[in-house]
Write a protein that binds this ligand. Structure first.
Ligand code: GLA
Length: 729
């Protein structure tokens, strides 16, 4: 049984894959956290925390100076009654006080995993895949009930958590903080990892020792953002890519988030994650409820690769949905870096023609096809085809592209409006704004108020009309600025601070509707590259444009960091022109190809301007990728050498039966008279022999334990890609 409750010990024991997660009720119903880690049969709960009379840790009962919530490891800590660490939630009563007290009421254990109303979340396809535990806590004074929702997956070391608030009392409650989870580690002897970045350099890995006090990754930008990602991990000091204990926390949400670790006076570590309480409140009228988004917690005793492989499999198969989830993704050509806004039908058709000759499968028309959009200063919101550029409309263009043998895809940015647009002139109150203040622009655009039902309905109809107007089989859904002056003309004053979260609920409804109306369309999300590369988006759209930075060397770090959580099938990666448009670097077509082929492959340059030799090479890359793409997109991914730690990067993909693998190696700068180096492979069958194309036959054991010698090459930005196939020697 995956989840059990022992009434004698009052212990809950969740078994997820090969991990255990144990909680216990103490005193009059306080839910304590007892253990999370490698599976155990049993845990003696009372020995898992201190029972000392600690100075300045007050006591709930004066008769027992050894019991304080300040020293109790907890599952969903409150504020105001003896715990001074960061609370999981914070509620204001009508009388102004903010002290609450949640105690155990009841619990339910059942098979399967329920959906989270209106929110993205991991799911099961069969009841047997997981078991769910709901623990109902209540504050008797005010009638507040909080249900802690836990699901333990059978196959993976995965526990998901969320919380549901219900106001069953008679007064209005105000949620000031409603995180999705909190967990207390008995020690803070860990490093923590997060994925900070910026536009053009998303998700760089930072690993630092935990220190006393609070360390956090968070977003206040109205999107999960380039600057931080809704993911953190606690990593044992001795853990690396391949071994050691790692605890991952990934938030299935695309808006403002908080991921925090607090190390307290006794060197314990409290991890909390959820919607960022900053500028957030939620009014809960009697009878109303509030559902938090989900956190996916992964335990690995196989280092970071072990953690990532679990996230990859789970997110690929039980977060992403739809017809394309398990399907090989098409190789695309996108016209953005080829033409920017300066195109006409002929130019596009010529690109598509060359693409077809080279074996590319999908042509994507990017920004600039609608309204008067000749630059980024106008027309967002006016989703009407520009007949000057495309006299035969989208339909005419798409049909020509189809006749060449390519599918047709389209860029849209439906969450935005340009002040210079028909839509804005008609509905100036449809954007996020606050009364009597200027509306700050970003890229000359404003954010539509998706907290409003009428705005969402309008967008659903407008974009549906566009998508139905032509044979479109792919959509790139973009979002190119963050939120400022967050407020809604449609909400009363006491609900203004709900706007950012209501926006996300609106967005999720719109995306749910669009993807259900157009199940044959492959949706890729984008936000100035990877500004919203998060699990929330992946639930609706199974792939994301990883970064606007297409430089091969920059991409080593971006793709390596992204792979910590997100599956390879989700990571859009394109070969672009040199000198690279973002950093000016000139990397060979081979290296650019190898980096892009390590993801969801495509091209983004004017291929009509290439030499015959370059075209031939692209033809070979396309053919090669078609051959290996199942392995790349759905194989097991191993990071081997980190670009954050040196001059090299390497990774590999292994098929489920270990009969095939693909290895990619990159060296950034050349070194004179360099020492020999060996690359140790991972995940192969030690008893199997493998042929490496061009290098001969090696044992899997030799490749993993002795490594393969890297041939000497001169020059900067070099790469090698080897294909391995199991053979009989
Ligand atoms: C964003 C995207 C790019 C491109 C432009 C178009 O920056 O990330 O790929 O689509 O918008 O304006």
């Amino acid at each position: 049984m995956a989840v059990t409750y022992n009434p004698q010990t009052k212990q809950f024991h969740l078994r997820a894959g090969k991990a255990s997660y144990v909680m216990q009720l103490f005193r009059s119903g306080y839910l304590a956290h007892i253990y999370w880690g490698k599976a155990v049969r049993d845990v003696r709960g009372e020995r898992r925390f201190s029972r000392l009379d600690r100075a300045f840790s007050p006591n709930l009962a004066p008769s027992d100076r050894t019991f304080s919530l300040d020293t109790l490891p907890q599952e969903y800590p409150a504020y105001g009654n003896t715990d001074f660490r960061a609370p999981a939630y914070h509620v204001q009563l009508e009388n102004g006080s903010t002290v609450t007290d949640l105690r155990y009421k009841t619990h339910h254990i059942y098979k399967g995993k329920p959906r989270l109303n209106g929110l993205p979340a991991t799911y099961v396809e069969h009841e047997q895949e997981a078991e769910t535990l709901e623990i109902v806590l209540g504050d008797a004074l005010i009638g507040l009930e909080v249900t802690l929702q836990y699901t333990a997956y059978e196959k993976w070391n995965v526990i998901t958590r969320a919380a549901r608030f219900e106001n069953k009392g008679g007064e209005r409650l105000k949620l000031l903080r409603a995180l999705s989870m909190s967990v207390d580690f008995p020690t803070a002897d860990y490093d923590w990892i997060h994925l900070p970045g910026a536009w053009g350099r998303e998700r760089w890995i930072e690993r630092r020792p935990l220190v006393t006090g609070v360390q956090a990754a968070e977003s206040r930008r109205g999107a999960s953002s380039h600057q931080q990602n809704p993911f953190i991990a606690l990593v044992a000091k001795n853990a690396d890519e391949h071994q050691g204990e790692v605890y991952g926390f990934s938030f299935v949400y695309s808006g403002n988030f908080l991921a925090q670790v607090e190390v307290d006076q006794f060197h314990t570590a409290r991890v909390s994650m959820g919607i960022n309480p900053f500028d957030f409140t939620w009014l809960l009228q009697p009878g109303e409820s509030f559902q938090t988004p989900e956190v996916v917690m992964v335990y690995s005793d196989q280092g970071l690769n072990g953690m990532s492989q679990t996230y990859h499999e789970l997110y690929r198969t039980r977060l992403a949905r739809g017809a394309f989830r398990d399907r090989e993704r098409p190789i695309l050509i996108n016209n953005w870096e080829a033409t920017y806004f300066d195109f006409n039908e002929e130019k596009l058709v010529n690109i598509a023609k060359t693409a077809a000759e080279l074996g590319i499968e999908l042509f994507v028309l990017d920004d600039g096809w609608f309204g008067k959009r000749d630059d980024d200063r106008r027309s967002l919101g006016d989703w009407i085809v520009n007949r000057r550029k495309l006299p035969n409309g989208l339909d005419g263009l798409a049909k020509q592209v189809n006749e060449l043998g390519l599918q047709f895809g389209l860029w849209v940015e439906p969450e935005m409006v340009s002040p210079n647009s028909e839509l804005y002139r008609k509905h100036p109150d449809w954007c996020l704004h606050v009364p009597n203040r200027p509306r700050s622009e970003g890229r000359n655009q404003l954010v539509l108020d998706y907290s409003r039902e009428d705005v969402c309905d309008y967008i659903i109809e407008t974009i549906s009309n566009v998508l139905a107007s032509a044979p479109i089989t792919y959509v790139k859904w973009d979002m190119n600025r963050h939120m400022t002056e967050i407020g809604s003309a449609a909400l009363p004053p006491e609900r203004q601070r709900e706007t950012a979260h209501r926006y996300m609920l609106g967005l999720y409804r719109v995306m749910d509707e669009m993807t259900s109306r157009f199940p044959h369309i492959l949706f890729e999300s984008c936000s100035g590259g990877g500004g919203r590369f998060d699990p929330g988006m992946l639930y609706y759209m199974p792939q994301t444009w990883t970064s606007d930075n297409t430089d091969a060397v920059s991409r080593l770090k971006i793709q390596y960091g992204t792979s910590l959580v997100y599956p390879i099938s989700a990571m859009g990666a394109h070969v672009s022109a040199v000198p690279n448009h973002q950093v000016g670097r000139v990397a060979s077509l081979k290296t650019r190809g190898h980096v892009a082929m390590s993801g969801n492959f495509g091209y983004e340059l004017d291929i009509t301007k290439l030499t015959e030799t370059e075209k031939q090479m692209i033809k070979q890359q396309v053919a090669f990728y078609k051959d290996v793409r199942r392995l790349v997109q759905f194989g097991t991914f191993y990071r081997l050498l980190s670009p954050f730690e040196g001059n090299e990067a390497a990774w590999m993909f292994v098929s489920a039966d270990r009969s095939e693998a693909l290895v990619a190696y990159f060296r950034v700068l050349a070194e004179a008279n360099a020492p020999l180096s060996y690359l140790r492979l991972k995940g192969l069958d030690p008893n199997q022999d493998y042929e490496i194309e061009g290098l001969g036959v090696y044992g899997g054991d030799e490749l993993m334990y002795a490594g393969v010698a890297l041939p000497y090459r001169s020059g900067d930005f070099i790469s090698m890609m080897w294909r391995l196939k199991a053979v009989q020697r």
